[in-house]
Design a protein around this ligand. Structure first.
Ligand code: NDP
Ligand code: KPL
Length: 338
């Protein structure tokens, strides 16, 4: 049995915990914080495109804080720590310190299940002797009340080792941790895979490339839909498709190309994305959902980070620069306090 701790039991984290426990290869200790009391008492009801109706579900162990998840004689050291909180710089800065007691050097692999670019570096600096794994998730899953989860888009997860500090941690050890996680997660998806829901968990060699590929979507659709407060379909039907979305995508491709990732995003991918996104889609990207709920948006990891790569490499990004400047003001309205 893999001993796994989950920090960030939201839409993504809860489905990950369910899948891992369904594998019968893992037991999950979930840190729940705000939902601790209600979920301890009644469990979570999940309506899932992959797993059907799951009622009153609880992971192996629920704890109300990171401090109460610290390994003890009864609950030994963790094999994996899965982080699925929103990737907000301040939150991640404090979390990186808070999770220290949960990490056993050379044993616990840390997996980031989050959107964005460059999110692994602070963790790899803080924990040089632990494998850092990175997960790029295409899923649609959210809490619709304190104890109900609506999971609408199949779980398509790519996992890879971040490969850092090869001097203190052999590459093979990092790869082994990634493989082990993917095997357990895939076992947990077996029923969904058999039903043909489209769920999958695959091991990738270059997870940073997978992040650039996803950024083409997040960095443009998330940001523009948020600024304009419209769905993906509305953006596609609107004049903004050609005046904002397409140029923004081309700028993201230019940055990725300059950074050495032109093989994963190019003009063909832009065309395919624009043509493959239906104008009827009512989908609201996670950044827009955050705005509509008055929560801070993941602006820095989704747009700030690629723009800063672009600046260093001398790439011109006039549209994305304006989008970023406008969203900085939106972020200010969301975080300035009363
Ligand atoms: N939801 C989706 O469909 C998708 C999300 N993603 C990405 O996945 C990541 C997670 O997103 P999502 O699941 O939607 O996020 P949610 O907002 O649903 O959940 C985040 C969870 O983190 C918890 N949390 C926040 N801070 C702490 C802390 N310091 N200690 C412990 N728990 C904490 C929150 O608990 P509390 O309630 O106590 O604050 C909350 O339950 C993001 O990077 C997102 O962009 C990627 C693809 C799709
Ligand atoms: C692309 C998508 C919908 C994938 O789950 C996402 O990451 C988001 O809305 O932020």
């Amino acid at each position: 049995m893999l001993n796994i701790c989950l920090v960030g039991s939201g839409g993504v984290g809860t489905i990950a915990a369910l899948v891992l426990e369904q594998s019968r290869q893992a037991r999950v200790t979930a840190v729940l914080r705000s939902k601790y009391a209600i979920v301890s008492e009644k469990g979570v009801d999940i309506t899932s495109v992959d797993h059907g109706e799951v009622t009153a579900w609880k992971p192996y162990r629920i704890v109300p804080s990171i401090a109460s998840a610290i390994p003890d004689d009864q609950n030994g050291a963790y094999d994996f720590l899965v982080i699925a909180v929103k990737a907000l710089p301040e939150l991640m800065r404090s979390l990186t310190k808070d999770i220290s007691p949960l990490i056993t050097p050379r044993k616990t692999a840390i997996l980031l299940l989050q959107n964005g670019l460059g999110i692994e570096a602070p963790l790899s600096e803080q924990f040089p002797s632990n494998p850092i794994l990175s997960g790029v998730s295409m899923i649609g899953s959210r809490f619709t009340s304190a104890r109900t989860v609506y999971h609408e888009d199949p779980d398509e997860l790519k996992i890879g080792a971040y490969f850092h500090h090869e001097s203190s941690l052999p590459r093979e050890e990092q790869a082994r941790a990634a493989r082990c996680f993917v095997e357990a997660y895939s076992a947990g998806l077996a029923d969904a895979t058999a039903k043909g829901t489209g769920a999958s968990c695959i091991l990738v060699d270059d997870i940073v490339a997978a992040r650039w590929r996803k950024l083409l979507w997040n960095g443009t659709f998330n940001t523009l839909c948020t600024l304009l407060r419209i769905s993906v379909g509305e953006l596609i039907r609107s004049p903004g498709r050609d005046t904002l979305l397409k140029p923004a995508m081309r700028e993201m491709v230019a940055i990725a190309k300059a950074a050495g990732y032109g093989h994963v995003v190019d003009e063909a991918v832009v065309k395919q994305t624009l043509e493959g996104t239906p104008g009827t889609s009512a989908f609201r990207p996670s950044m827009l959902v955050d705005l509509e709920n008055g929560r801070p948006i993941e602006l820095e990891v989704i747009l700030g980070a690629p723009l800063s790569v672009g600046r260093k490499l001398g790439v011109s990004t006039p549209v994305l620069d304006q989008v970023y400047a406008l969203l900085c003001v939106v972020q200010w309205t969301l975080t300035r306090g009363p």
